[in-house]
Design a protein around this ligand. Sequence first.
Ligand code: SF4
Ligand code: SF4
Length: 107
Amino acid sequence: MSTHPCLSCGACCASFRVDFSVHETEDMGGSVPQGLVVEVTGHTARMRGTDHARPRCAALTGQVGQRAACGIYEWRPSPCREFEAGSAACNRARQRHGLAPLEGLVP
Ligand code: SF4
Ligand code: SF4
């Protein structure tokens, strides 16, 4: 059995701003833990740490490029659920962290 490449990556969680509707936060009846979120506007929330000069989501555990995991995997917001391993954005994030591109889509 091969290991999913995301488990030794995490680059996307340390590359992009992660914004989503405030309705996805716990306080608004969603699932994303409030302590890991900053409110941007009355409508938009952001994963804490993803707008830093060197972005790194506050929910990311481990070390990018070695061993990484989302600390709130089951409760993560929609942009994280929709992000595709092997996509152009994935490979941009990997490149930013000195990792080789993934070939094609990963199931
Ligand atoms: S989606 Fe791509 S950038 Fe994100 S953890 Fe997986 S392999 Fe890395
Ligand atoms: S919530 Fe999880 S999947 Fe989304 S950016 Fe943060 S660590 Fe990555």
